[in-house]
Ligand binder design. Structure first.
Ligand code: BES
Ligand code: MG
Ligand code: ZN
Length: 486
């Protein structure tokens, strides 16, 4: 999809989406221009005769001179915010698909006087990209009605262009992440994802190292290798690095859980729980999407992008319950459940991240079913070892419309992880599962600012939610981009 900021005089769209508040129907300057051009369509036909109310998400389409003017309700002026802009843009782009012949749609969203115009433009574009997304690679019949070009109407083209470009970069990163999550595990293997990471590095001028099994053995990634040893797919560990050209403000490592398929291993999952387990690399897909975005946005932050990729499969060579693994940092782990594999792979990567001397470490992982029980499908659980840092990330999420909620990590949770023969085991009791998993991870990082984002609930939706379609959501791509580039 192409996106431009356009002066209304140069508009080519045959569908124009224009916003109205419920409690203020005064026309903005663009609407006044359109109203004059189309003989009072807005002031007379839509507002006076049809009595368009402007309730939030209400739409009304009025054809005039080969063009369709779509009135979009924005609700009460006082309740208007950027989240509403994004959701409205995502939903209307779907509605207008059928109305447009030339597949060009123009947006003129209102301002209530208190929001920044650039933020409105940003969220309109991001919402439109999100609304248009679907994964149709394997459908022989594609949606032919999609909008190809979006025009953001403005009399000040230059002023809005940077915000629109930024939104396009974020939106494209999200689409990349969603595509990768949606791919079957048979396609998105550790080797294939490593190749994709190499392409991102080559295109974006990032450094990349991909480590295979033999190298990882010498690097003591023993907990990670144990998880992958039951699969015919070779495990891979990827490390991308973005270095700013100027002064470095801070250094960050972002880690994504990269289980390309989680069958549970010998502790095999029941069929219903296994159904979506190709998405267990959503953390990896997230950080790779972020890598793509930062290579274009060029923040003054050094960013390391890390992911340990493998399949968790049952076979004659699988790791077994009772095995004792020596993690990269030397701590020993008794395998209590082979389905608690993500934390084992992350343990070695967290220890590796310590060697990079970064200021912050953030891991993103579809780690526990327990976080879904606690927070549902629309809130990401955040845990860590520094409340100020956690609050900062929660605020970053709020800014771009992703909700994170802190869950506790207490020292005595380590008792839950006691093993008779090793330093710890990889699972605790059934209760407080998300927190106990985070407590386990805390044993493998020395970072002063470490945050763990459990996206097991938010990475994939079985029904649409606000601007998000069903399926992969690219959870935390926006939050991490915001955190790194703000
Ligand atoms: N990948 C799963 C967590 C998951 C569950 C992600 C549902 C997405 C949707 C993880 O590896 C897992 O299997 N966790 C177990 C841990 C348990 C054995 C302690 C779980 O949550 O059931
Ligand atoms: Mg598992
Ligand atoms: Zn898993």
């Amino acid at each position: 999809m192409e996106i431009f900021v356009k002066n209304p005089a140069e508009m080519q769209a045959d569908v124009i989406i224009t916003g109205f508040f419920e409690d203020d129907k005064n026309l903005n300057s663009i609407q006044k221009g359109l109203d004059e051009k189309f003989n009072g369509t807005i002031s007379k036909d839509i507002l006076e005769i049809e009595g368009f109310k402007g309730k939030y998400l209400e739409t009304f389409s009025f054809p005039t001179n080969g063009i369709k003017i779509v009135a979009l309700g924005l609700g009460k002026k006082e309740e208007f915010n950027t989240n509403k802009v994004r959701e409205a843009a995502a939903k209307t782009i779907k509605t207008v698909e059928k109305l447009s012949k030339n597949k060009i749609a123009a947006f003129n969203i209102q301002n209530n006087g208190s929001l920044c115009c650039c933020k409105i433009a940003y969220n309109t574009v991001l919402g439109a990209i999100m609304g248009q997304y679907d994964f149709d690679k394997y459908k022989t019949k594609k949606n032919e009605e999609k909008i190809n070009i979006i025009e953001i109407l403005s009399e000040k083209v230059e002023k809005f262009t940077p915000a629109v470009e930024k939104a396009k970069i974020a939106g494209e990163a999200m689409n990349f992440t969603k595509d990768l999550i949606s791919e079957p595990a048979e396609f998105a293997t550790p080797s294939k994802i490593s190749d994709i990471a190499k392409d991102i590095a080559n295109e974006g001028g990032l450094e990349i190292k991909v480590f295979g099994k033999d190298e990882l053995k010498t690097m003591n990634f023993n907990a990670f290798l144990a998880v992958g040893q039951g699969s015919v797919q070779e495990p891979k560990f990827i490390h991308l690095k973005y270095t700013p050209s100027g002064e470095i403000k801070k250094k960050i490592a972002i880690i994504g859980k990269g289980i390309t398929f989680d069958s549970g291993g010998l502790d095999i999952k029941p069929p219903a729980s296994m159904l979506t387990m190709k998405t267990d690399m959503s953390g990896c897909a997230c950080v790779l999407g972020v890598a793509k975005a930062i290579s274009k946005l060029k923040p003054d932050v050094e960013v390391h992008i890390l992911s340990a990729l493998c399949e968790n499969m049952p076979s004659g060579s699988s790791y077994k319950v009772g095995d004792v693994l020596i993690a990269k940092n030397g701590k020993t782990i008794e395998v209590d459940n082979t389905d608690a594999e993500g934390r084992l792979t992350l343990a070695d990567v967290l220890a590796y991240a310590d060697e990079l001397n970064v200021d912050e470490v953030i891991d993103v992982a579809t780690l526990t079913g327990a976080v879904i029980v606690a927070l549902g499908n629309t809130i990401t659980g955040i845990m860590g070892n520094n409340d100020d840092f956690i609050n900062e990330i929660i605020e970053d999420g709020k800014e771009i419309g992703e909700t994170l909620w802190q869950m506790p990590i207490l020292d005595d949770m380590q008792d839950n992880l006691k093993s008779d023969i090793a330093d710890m085991r990889n699972t605790g009791s059934r209760y407080a599962g998300a927190s106990v998993a985070a407590r386990f991870l805390s044993n493998f990082t020395n970072s002063k600012k470490w945050a763990h984002l459990d996206i097991a609930g938010t990475a994939f939706l079985d029904k649409p939610y606000k601007e998000l379609n069903k399926g992969a959501t690219a959870a935390m791509v926006r939050t991490l981009i915001q955190h790194i580039t703000k």
